[in-house]
Design a binder for this molecule. Structure first.
Ligand SMILES: *Cc1c(COP(=O)(O)O)cnc(C)c1O
Length: 478
């Protein structure tokens, strides 16, 4: 395929859009420019391939397809069946999973599907059994009351938010922390690592229905074999949310004890982070949970997005190619180089380094909050996000951490030498930024000063670093 085809496709698409609402066409073009010019270190973002992007922009969007392949509530779904079956087949083959459900619209939706599937499969509720085998009209008010009582207050044990867990793993403000009786496990204060003995102890005391593994901001590998043993020892269902590191599993960087798929009863993921697919989610599970998982829509999810399932099929096909394994390895090599570059310049990193795609910098060593650091870096053309560190004294809003990740820059082609240069830029900005004060003289958690000339100079250096590695080199919109 000629690279020219990509330019023609996107140029023509914008021309068609421009004829209706030129401001939308302009915004789409401007977004490409912004993405091309920024040093994107957001650990949860990536750049999907042109083929993946194009698979989303079409008439599959017009189709309703509630139900599953071959069992739809709507007529005329044969082509949706084709792409959904393809996406599921690629997912099963790629991850070695018994069953794949590719309808979830996002990672959070995938988790809701998983929670429902486990509740429906595991909760000893005579009322629920009745509801599943009889017409729901046959249930009495007392049956419904019992059903709600029995489904509620089930127990979930997940990683705490400030240790790197996700808000859907039982964090109180999230629905998962309200519908479940929840407890969380953290990390060892001395090492920053998961202490599996403490997890086992918490599981023994709390006896959760669901033990959740997985994270958004933990920079290390997790031993899923041990977590499964802990789950088994207390009769819990073991769920892993691999939203962040699915690409490392797909690319066989995480194998054996570190691959969640053979160990977990149910695995959820996004498709747009390190996996580099379209914005969406997915559930993989053991055969005994498959029927409940397949009820995700309309039980929990709105109607499936067939255009996104088409794009998932394309992206998963890409992830099955040998060059994806090479990509996944480079993500991890780059993260390690970035960590080493930061450490050698004097930064403090949570756990002292990384063995996945992300690095968590504790910016309190620079005298800054995460909020100040995030903004100063952004002023300098470096896009990151602030993140809590374990036992964060600044809370979840201001935070004391900056999370940086390498999947996106690795897609562009940057390597370990550029990661060292990136570390230099980050360190320079953070050392040259000073925390500001409130009007009454107390330290501010948001205000800061950074010389505008220096910020501009760093931004130019960041742009130079990217110039050798153009984003979407086959797309020329001019
Ligand atoms: C990003 C993330 C999610 C949420 O994904 P969305 O697609 O934004 O809903 C869920 N779980 C974990 C662990 C994540 O990192």
């Amino acid at each position: 395929m000629s690279r020219n085809a990509e330019s023609t496709a996107f140029r023509s698409a914008l021309e068609v859009i421009r004829a209706v609402e030129p401001r939308v066409a302009d915004a789409i073009g401007a977004e490409l420019t912004d993405q091309r010019e920024s040093l994107k270190l957001i650990a949860s973002e990536n750049y999907a391939s042109p083929a993946t992007l194009l698979a989303m922009g079409n008439w599959f969007s017009d189709k309703y397809a509630e139900g599953t392949v071959g069992r739809r509530f709507y007529a005329g779904c044969q082509n949706v069946d084709t792409v959904e079956a393809l996406a599921a087949e690629h997912a099963r083959e790629l991850f070695g999973a018994a069953h794949a459900y590719v309808q979830p619209h996002s990672g959070i939706d995938a988790n809701l599907v998983a929670f429902w599937a486990v509740l429906a499969d595991r909760v000893e509720s005579p009322a629920l059994k009745k509801a599943q085998v009889r017409q729901v009209n046959d249930l009495t008010e007392a049956d419904w009351f019992a059903l709600r009582r029995e489904l509620g207050n089930q127990r979930m044990l997940g990683m705490s938010l400030d240790a790197g867990g996700h808000l859907t793993h039982g964090f109180r403000p999230n629905i998962s922390g309200k519908m479940f009786d929840q407890r969380s496990y953290g990390t060892d204060p001395a090492t920053g690592l998961i202490d599996y003995d403490r997890v086992a102890e918490a599981a023994r005391e709390f006896k959760p229905l669901i033990l959740v593994g997985g994270y958004s901001a933990y920079p290390r590998k997790v031993n899923f074999r041990i977590l499964r043993e802990i789950a088994d020892s207390v009769g819990a269902t073991f769920m892993v949310d691999m939203a962040h590191f699915a690409g490392l599993v797909a690319g066989k960087v995480f194998t054996g004890d570190f691959d969640p798929v053979p160990h977990a009863h149910i695995v959820t993921t996004t498709t747009h982070k390190s996996l580099r697919g379209p914005r969406g989610g997915m559930v993989l599970c053991q055969p005994e949970l498959a029927d409940q998982v397949d009820r995700g829509c309309p039980m929990v999810l709105g109607g499936p997005l067939p255009h996104v399932m088409a794009a998932k099929a394309v992206a998963l096909a890409e992830a099955r190619r040998p060059d994806f394994a090479d990509y996944a390895q480079r993500i991890v090599d780059n993260a390690r180089a970035l960590a080493e570059g930061l450490l050698s310049r004097g930064a403090t990193l949570v756990t002292g380094g990384t063995d996945n795609h992300l690095v968590l910098i504790d910016v309190s060593g620079y005298g800054l909050t995460g909020r100040q650091a995030e903004q100063a870096l952004l002023d300098s053309g470096i896009v990151t996000n602030r993140n809590s560190v374990p036992q964060d004294p600044n809370g979840a809003w201001y935070t004391s951490g900056i999370r940086v990740g390498t999947p996106a820059l690795t897609t562009r082609g940057l390597g370990t030498a550029e990661m060292d240069q990136t570390a230099e830029l980050i360190h320079t900005v953070l050392t040259q930024t000073t925390a500001g004060a409130n009007a009454d003289g107390t330290p501010s958690k948001a205000k800061y000063t950074l010389d505008a000339g220096l910020a501009d100079k760093i931004a130019r250096q960041a742009t130079d670093l990217l110039a050798t590695y153009p984003l979407y080199p086959g797309i020329d919109l001019s």
